[in-house]
Write a protein that binds this ligand. Structure first.
Ligand SMILES: [Zn+2]
Length: 472
């Protein structure tokens, strides 16, 4: 592996923002500072005008291997991740067979040889994800698994979840829940509200999520457990987390890019790429998710990258599979929708090259709520996020939640593992699903004009993405 010198970028990490070159040697950052000299043979990348940050960490990716490789596999999914600026992903256990035993965890660990980024494995809470009996959580934890979830469904049996939490607390691992009461959500194809009445589609009510969030927070309190709440989608859920955290419950929360960018009104198109679980909610819910990011109740943006082949989406809306791709669009959506990078952009500027009298790299884009990209049916968040705040919820917070802090999300300083994302926050591009590295195409964002483009991704010192192109 050649040395890599990132010259002229703005380094943004938990320590702050500063103009500095970054030299990567082997798998580590070896120097950070102005005017660094390139060692002989080094790959020198001019990143003037770009942000140089710790790599992104996704807490919630479905890579479909084993069992549904026609949708995605570890190689294509992690290539999509790298192109999206991710240097680590946590893969969900709802594979076929599910990851509910030590032998399945070992099998997944063998697949790491095909991964372009660091791949952490989440284990199931219950055997077969059937919600009936606890899976061997301790055996999986002894192989390094730190997050357990039946994602795709929540554990419906409160007694069983309490037992899982008590066990998890004893061995220091996290229980992550897909919060949905199956009886309340039964048959729902979209959010229950005015638009489901207008469109004539059966609804899944907000309360189906909120009763489980409330139950799980209450159980986490009595068990002293570390609870992570996945893809929260309603204002009521955010409110419950806010109050429980103020009360000392150890809960963390994630939201997904699509729930931050779209409302149920978008379903007037009956586009099956808008079908997901939990469903797109109302404008008021989107406002609450954004407010949760602003005030820190929401810790992370996680993609819930859920690839599906065309045939499972090219069916009537009510029959379509749930899920949406996320890895290749998440950062740009967050920057465009939350940080207001779309304001005042110049179309067509190639990524990584400063255009004449552009803004100084470390100043970031203008940030004011009225310049945020809005969507039909909702008002913009109370204020825009800074680029560093976006990175906190996409890199170092998720790294901490996934217990990946030793390798991911840390400040870019000499001696740190070289997991780095370089992006141009002011470069605009049009989403073209045909160009995705993912094996699937199920995105509702095709044709969207986004601002913020990943230029280079370095994983453990290896440039796996250069100039927006995957290197393997
Ligand atoms: Zn889920």
């Amino acid at each position: 592996m050649p040395d890599v010198l990132l010259r002229g970028g703005c380094v943004v990490d938990a320590n702050g923002d500063r103009l500095a070159d970054v030299l990567v040697r082997g798998s580590e950052v070896s120097a950070v500072g102005k005017g660094l000299l390139a060692p002989q043979g080094a790959l020198v990348l001019d990143v003037d005008g770009c942000t140089v940050s710790p790599g992104l960490v996704d807490l919630h990716a479905h890579l479909r291997e084993p069992g549904a490789e026609e949708s995605e596999c570890v190689e294509t999914g992690t290539r999509a991740a790298a192109l999206g600026g991710y240097t680590a992903v946590v893969v969900m256990p709802n594979t076929d067979p599910p990851i509910d035993s030590a032998s399945m965890v070992r099998e997944m660990h063998e697949l790491r040889s095909k991964s372009l980024v660091e791949m952490a494995v989440a284990g199931a809470i219950t055997v077969g994800r059937r919600g009936e009996a606890l899976a061997p959580i301790g055996e999986m934890a002894s192989l390094g698994v730190t997050i357990f979830t039946d994602d795709g469904a929540g554990v419906q049996d409160g007694g069983l979840l309490r037992a899982a939490m008590e066990y998890a607390t004893g061995i220091g691992v996290t229980i992550a829940e897909h919060c949905e009461d199956a009886s309340l959500a039964a048959g729902g194809a979209m959010h229950e509200g005015g638009w489901s009445s207008v469109l004539g589609l059966p609804g899944a009510p907000a309360v189906a999520e909120e009763v489980m969030v409330a139950r799980d927070l209450a159980l986490a309190r009595v068990a002293g457990a570390r609870l992570h709440l996945m893809h929260l989608s309603t204002a009521g859920s955010i409110d419950l987390v806010r109050r429980a955290r103020a009360d000392g419950v150890q809960a963390t929360a994630e939201v997904s890019p699509h729930h931050l960018s779209l409302t149920d009104e978008a379903l007037v198109s009956y586009d099956t790429n808008l079908k997901m679980s939990p469903p797109l909610r109302s404008g008021g819910d989107v406002d609450a998710l954004r407010a949760g990011l602003v005030d820190g109740v929401v810790d992370a943006i996680a993609t819930d990258h859920a690839p599906h082949p065309a045939e499972s989406k090219e069916v009537p809306f009510i029959d379509a599979a749930n899920g949406v791709l996320g890895l290749e669009t998440a950062l740009a959506l967050a920057l465009t929708m939350l940080a207001g990078t779309g304001a005042g952009r110049r179309a067509g500027r190639p990524p990584g090259r400063r255009s004449g009298a552009g803004a100084p790299a470390c100043d970031g884009p203008p940030s004011s709520a009225d310049r945020l990209t809005t969507y039909r049916g909702a008002a913009p968040a109370s204020r825009a996020l800074s680029i560093r705040e976006v990175l906190a919820v996409m890199s170092w917070n998720p790294a901490r939640i996934a217990s990946l802090g030793n390798t991911q999300g840390g400040p870019i300083v000499p001696g740190a593992p070289a997991n780095i994302c370089v992006f141009d926050a002011s470069s605009s591009w049009v989403v073209d699903p045909a160009r995705f590295a993912s094996r699937s195409r199920n995105t509702p964002f095709g044709g969207w004009d986004l601002t913020g483009k990943v230029v280079h991704t370095i994983c453990a010192g290896e440039p796996v993405v250069l100039y927006g192109e995957a290197q393997r």
